[in-house]
Design a protein around this ligand. Structure first.
Ligand code: BGC
Length: 772
């Protein structure tokens, strides 16, 4: 574990240039606005190690899958979000010498991510030659107010010399993905235009034919006054630039404002992209930097006003939770139901920018509690619209009659990944998608969603479970064979407890909702049944049989649920015995050794206890936690958060706090030595849940909010905002009291420390939760 960044409430600060951790910092300091993302690459030339990454949401390429031994049913392609044309480029030479931080003599360097206002700043001073020093300050942001805009303010100051500065302001569309399977480039040029002061390149993705136009224009200031230059032009394949030179005197500063608009055929007609960009460039220039910056930070102000978490007494925890909230909001704004939350957002290539079960299990609960209802609804509609493709996915594997298997990895509803056993067998994701319907409705109270959309998805998934479960004559029980649970350090196991639990729950939840609709809306139910050719009640007979006779592996001696059949045959040793130099084990051990070991990558049985907590008593939860936590290595980012929430639930605040820091600072302190690939955006939602559901003890029970707070020893207080059925409220927990403020007009029903309350609109409540 390393700690490379300074602690601060609102900033992430890197001081001094560390080329060996440049890729990590490029991930940490990434910026985004839901439509685009940009790693913290340098504007100017950099010949050192770097992963260049600009991403446009929803624009992907279906790279042919790479696999050693092809098997039937295997996905044809691995979809990846593309490294898009590089829009940030500004090359600088001083007296003819190019600035390149890989070779320059650096006097000082800092990179700052301002999470409150949503921008990235970088400042450095370098010797250009003996006794000649240049100072560069850059700021850039991707506008939250006008999501096609990326803006850079780039200032170059001579500290002590007179000389010449050469600027090359460019867009480079000749880019590639590092993770391409067969070394291919994915972009073709459609057109390019460049004149003095502006230019646009339009490119298209091969196969998928997404068109993306990237346009730029700029302004220049000498000290604080607008200046004009006559730029030269570079116009060659996939590259356009404006070049100009200026004279600089000691103490003088030249500032370039580069305005970029990026439009894609996802939102604009292909044939109009270039013209639309030109219009946008005019509009942007008229507004100018200050106005655009102001409208951007106003959007961040709104986000923080309703989603900030404040922790008193623990700077490291405070910084980490804001880092999480910041990146989640940069990744997904919920305005477009075609977009989703990639596990690494727009911060790297790994996981292809695709959608995983992470969205339903982690992302959704965060957005349900912090954002407008339509944000959560859009996440659900994304899956609803993929139902047909999920049925096709299941058909490819031999399932019939409308059984739906949602993909583990997807861009457009089709399964698309490189792996076999691990990913393919993780059918548990289907359960998370069913659970999301339940979670959405209980949070929002939007009961109509069930009949309008939810039930079709639930029936598709239930049909899958019904066909996937088989009857074991030996056990006289239904079993689900050959799966991988959330713990990917076990493959092709039988009766993963979590998967079986989800299957049974889905069947019973679907049946329950059919019964409800039969009473409340029989006509609508008939329409749904007709639409999907549902043979009722015949089809459901087997469902009831399965759900009443499912096999759940259980250890009678220890009274714990077993992760899968045969788990006890393993040598059960605590992860504490693994020498620290061999952690993370996935970077040191053979896959064979990992599979044989008892070590658990991420919450598996505990993930089930988390989802269905109200089915189990505290003692059961505690026994299972005490059994599994010591063997869990938390090498998935989705693990420590769930363990932390459960530790809080069973009153083990010390452990809950330790696990909170693990989840919250996973990227900032690079626990798993992999931040260079990108950040763990979906696990950041887990960090937020570890505070709100963990320490705050927030639950939804019987249509009401419940709070049962605890406070980590180090914290003087913490506060958070949350939403429930149209009511926004704020909770502050101090060492003894809990304050709840209803920030809406509607009353809020809640159960606080076991007692019922109603807080009227704009009113508050204080209750003693702990007496010292
Ligand atoms: C985890 C999966 C997760 C994926 C993307 C893997 O390491 O084991 O559960 O879906 O990362 O976050």
């Amino acid at each position: 574990m390393k700690s490379n960044y300074k602690l601060d409430e609102w900033l992430i600060v890197e001081e001094g240039f560390h080329p060996e951790m440049n890729r990590e910092s490029e991930s940490i300091f990434s910026i985004g606005n839901g439509y685009m993302g940009q790693r913290a690459n340098f504007e100017e030339q950099y010949s050192g190690d770097s992963l260049r990454g600009s991403y446009v949401a929803g624009v992907y390429y279906p790279d042919k899958t790479r696999v050693g031994w092809w098997k039937n049913g295997y996905p044809e392609y691995f979809a990846k979000v593309l490294n898009a044309p590089n829009w940030i480029g500004i090359d600088i030479s001083v007296n003819g010498k190019e600035i390149d931080l890989a070779t320059a003599r650096i006097i000082s360097f800092s990179r700052i991510l301002n999470m409150k206002e949503g921008y990235l700043e970088r400042s450095f001073k370098v010797y250009v030659s003996r006794n000649k020093t240049v100072e560069i300050n850059t700021r850039r942001f991707l506008s939250m107010a006008e999501p096609d805009l990326g803006i850079i303010r780039y200032s170059v100051k001579s500290v002590d010399f007179s000389g010449k500065l050469d600027f090359t302001v460019y867009i480079d569309a000749d880019v590639r993905n590092e993770d391409t399977n067969y070394g291919k480039k994915f972009w073709e040029e459609v057109g390019r235009e460049v004149i003095a002061g502006s230019g646009v390149i339009t490119t298209r993705t091969m196969k998928t034919d997404f068109h993306v136009a990237t346009g730029m224009c700029f302004e220049l200031k000498r000290n604080d006054k607008t200046d004009h230059v006559k730029p030269g032009i570079i116009n060659r394949g996939k590259y356009i630039a404006n070049t100009f030179s200026v004279h600089v005197e000691p103490g003088e500063q030249w500032t370039l404002y580069k305005y970029v608009s990026i439009l894609s055929s996802l939102n604009n007609p292909k044939e109009r992209l270039t013209d639309d960009i030109k219009l946008r460039l005019k509009e942007i220039k008229t507004k100018g930097y200050n106005k655009l910056f102001l409208s951007h930070i106003e959007e961040w102000e709104k986000i923080w006003a309703t989603s900030d978490v404040v922790i008193e007494g623990d700077l490291s925890a405070q910084q980490a939770i804001r880092f999480s909230i910041f990146h989640l909001n940069q990744t997904y704004t919920g305005k477009d139901e075609r977009l989703n939350i990639g596990p690494k957002g727009f911060t790297g290539e790994k996981y292809g920018g695709s959608t995983y079960w992470d969205t339903e299990a982690f992302g959704l609960p965060f957005f349900l509690k912090t954002a407008d209802q339509k944000v959560g609804r859009n996440l659900l509609l994304y899956r609803y619209k993929h139902l047909e493709k999920s049925i096709a996915n299941a058909e490819k594997l031999g399932f019939r009659n409308g059984a739906a298997l949602y993909p583990m990895v997807t861009m457009n509803g089709e399964e698309c990944h490189n792996e076999w056993e691990i990913t393919f067998e993780e059918i548990h994701r289907n359960g998370a998608i069913a659970y999301a319907v339940y979670n959405y409705i209980r949070h929002t109270g939007d009961e109509d969603y069930m009949a309008d959309y939810g039930l079709e998805v639930l029936i598709g998934i239930s049909r899958f479970w019904s066909q996937r479960a088989s009857f074991s004559e030996n056990l006289k029980k239904y079993v689900i064979l050959g799966v991988t649970g959330p713990n990917e350090y076990e493959n092709n196991v039988n009766n993963n407890w979590y998967t079986n639990l989800l299957a049974v729950w889905t069947l019973s939840y679907t049946l329950k909702n059919i019964e409800i609709l039969k009473e409340e809306n029989p006509d609508k139910l008939k329409t749904v049944f007709g639409k999907i050719n549902f043979n009722y009640p015949e089809e459901t007979k087997r469902w009831s049989e399965i759900l009443n006779n499912m096999h759940f592996p259980f250890d009678k001696k220890r009274q714990v649920f077993l992760q899968q059949d045969g788990f006890l045959d393993k040598q059960l040793v605590p992860a504490g015995r693994i020498p620290p130099a061999e952690r993370p084990i996935n970077q040191h051990w053979s896959w064979d050794r990992i599979l044989r070991s008892c070590f658990i990558k991420q919450a598996d049985v505990l993930q089930g206890l988390y989802f269905f907590e109200d089915q189990f008593d505290t003692e059961t939860i505690k026994r299972n936690f005490d059994f599994y936590e010591p063997m869990t290595v938390h090498e998935s980012s989705l693990s420590a958060c769930i363990h932390s929430i459960i530790a809080s639930r069973i009153g083990n605040i010390g452990k809950a706090y330790k696990l909170y820091l693990h989840t919250a600072r996973l990227d900032l302190d690079d626990y798993n030595n992999e931040v260079s690939d990108g950040l763990h955006i979906t696990s950041m939602a887990g960090t937020w849940l570890a505070i709100v559901e963990g320490f705050g003890g927030m639950r939804i029970l019987d249509g009401k909010i419940q709070l049962n707070p605890l406070t980590p020893v180090k914290w003087k207080s913490y506060s958070f905002h949350a939403r429930f059925r149209g009511v926004l409220f704020e909770v502050k927990v101090t060492r003894n009291d809990v304050y709840v403020n209803n920030l809406s007009e509607k009353p809020l029903q809640l159960v606080l420390c076991g007692k019922d309350y109603q807080i009227e609109g704009s009113k508050g409540l204080v209750v003693k939760w702990k007496v010292d």
